[in-house]
Ligand binder design. Sequence first.
Ligand SMILES: NC(=O)C1=CN([C@@H]2O[C@H](COP(=O)(O)OP(=O)(O)OC[C@H]3O[C@@H](n4cnc5c(N)ncnc54)[C@H](O)[C@@H]3O)[C@@H](O)[C@H]2O)[C@@H](O)CC1
Ligand SMILES: [K+]
Length: 514
Amino acid sequence: MKLFTAEQVYAADKFTIEKQNITSDELMERAAIQLFNWLHLRMQGAQVKIHLFCGIGNNGGDGLALARHLQDHGYNIEVYVVNYSKKRSKDFLTNLERLKERKIWPNFLEEGSEWPPIKEEEIIVDAIFGIGLNRAPDEWVGNLFEHLESTKAFVLAVDIPSGLFTESVPKREKDVLKANYTLSFQVPKLVFFLPQTGKYTVQWEVLDIGLDKQFLFETDTDYSLIGKNEILPFYRPREKYSHKGTYGHSLIIGGSYGKMGAVQLAARSCLRVGSGLVTVYIPKCGYIPLQTAIPEAMVITDNEDSHISEIELSIEPTAVGLGVGMGTKEGTSEAIANFLKDYKRPVVVDADALNLIAQHKDLLKYLPGQAVLTPHPKELERLIGSWKDDFDKLEKAKVFSDKHDCVLVIKGAHTIIIYKNKGYVNTTGNPGMATGGTGDVLTGMITGLIAQGYEPLQAALLGVYLHGRSGDITVENTGYQALLATDVIEGIGPAFLDLFKVEEKVSAEEDGNE
Ligand SMILES: NC(=O)C1=CN([C@@H]2O[C@H](COP(=O)(O)OP(=O)(O)OC[C@H]3O[C@@H](n4cnc5c(N)ncnc54)[C@H](O)[C@@H]3O)[C@@H](O)[C@H]2O)[C@@H](O)CC1
Ligand SMILES: [K+]
C-alpha cells in the first residue's frame, strides 16, 4: 500500500472530484458516512456520550457531518467547535448550517473558554486538525489537548491525530492530541510508523472514501507499506524438476568464542527459508557444536580457535551473510576487510562487520552492488552519522543508500527498508521480538533468499516481512516475554504458509459499509 504525502492526498481528492463529477461536499459526506458506519457497527446505538471536537477546516467539517449522522440515528452527542481561526472552510460552513437546521448548537471554544467536563467512559471524536496543519497549534489549543487527554476518555481521531504533521515531527508532545484509534481516509500516513510520531496513535485503520483508484495506482510515492499483497507478486514458488543446486549455496561467516549461537541461528534460518545448501565459516571452537546442532549445514573452520583470522574460501557461495557473532578482534577486522576486497557476489552485512565498515568507511567502496546492510539504530548512526529526527534519518539513509548502492534495512518496531530514494515500511512483528538473536535470524533469512535468486531488495522485503510474520504467529503460543529467536526460526514455515491463506472477511463489517 502506498503512503501518500498530504500534497498527493489533496491531488487525489481534486482529481476524484473532477473525474467522478461530484462536489467536495459530497466527498466529505462519503467520509462522514464511513466514519458513522464504523462507529455505528461497534456502538449499536449505545447511549454512551460522544463528544465531537471539530476544527474550522475540512477535518472539522468531517466531524460536523458525522455529528449529524449520529444525531439522526439517536446517539447521545455534544458538539464543540474549536475556534482556532476565522478562516472557516466552505464545507465546514455548509455542515455547520445543516447542524443548525437540526437545532444542534455547537459549543464554541476559544482562548479562555472553560473546558467541558468529560467522563472516562465517554468518547471523544477528534476532528480538530487534519492533514492541513501547517504550524504548531496555539498554546490554548495545546491546553485543550492536555485537558482532553487528562479525562482518559477514548479518543477516536479523524484522519490523523490533531497536531500531528504529515511530514515532520512535532516539537512538543502537548501539541498533539494522542489517539486511541485513528480512522485515516483512503491511505495511512507515514507518521503512523515512525518511532517519534507513531506513538500518537495506538491503532489505525483506513476508511475507503472512493478516491480514484487509477490515480492512486499511477501516483508514484516515496514510501510504501509492505504487507502480504506487496510480497506475493515476487514470491518464487518451488519448481517440480528442481534440485538443491537450484536454490543456491549460502555461506554464513561469523562466530567467535562465546558467540557461536549467532551463527547457529543464522544458519538454521537460512535453511528454513529454503536455501539449497548452507555452509558456515567459523573459528575452530564452533566446529562440534555446529555439526551437532545443525546436521544440515556444512562447516569450514578458520585456523584460529576463538575468532576468525582469515577468510579462505574453497567454495563459491551464491550469497554470503557476514558478521553475526564475529567479534571485533584485530585479526578479524583485517580478515573482513581482505574478504570484502576480493568478494564480488551478493552479501548481507550485519553486526560486527557493519561496525567495522562504519569505522573504516573506505571499505564501503568494496561492497558489491546492492549489498544488504541490516543495522539497528546505533549501528545505523555509526554508518550515516547522527540525525535531527526520524525524517532526517530517512533522508540521510536514502542519500547513503544511493551513494553506496546498498539496501539499508533499518531495524525497529516498523523496520524500514531503504533503497536509493524509496522506503518500504514493514507491517509485521511485535515487541516480543526485542530479544537477543532475532537479528541473526533475519540475516540468515535474507542471505538464504538471495541465494535462491531473489533480488537483494526483494530478499530484504520478503525476509523482513516473513521474520515479523513468524514472530506474530509464534507469539500467540509463547506470549511476548517468552518468545525466543529460536521460536522465530520455527515460525518461518507457518509464515510461508500464511502467505497463501485467504483472509477471512468480517461479514458484519461488510454489511456496515454498505
Ligand atoms: N483529501 C481528502 O481526501 C478528504 C479530506 N477530508 C478532510 O479534510 C482534511 C484536510 O482539511 P483542510 O485542508 O481544511 O485542513 P485541516 O482541517 O487539517 O486544517 C484546517 C485549516 O487550518 C489552518 N491551520 C493549519 N494549521 C493551523 C494552526 N496551527 N493554527 C490555526 N490554523 C491552522 C489551515 O489553513 C488549514 O487549512 C483531511 O484531514 C480530512 O479530514 C475529508 O473531508 C474527505 C476528503
Ligand atoms: K484529527
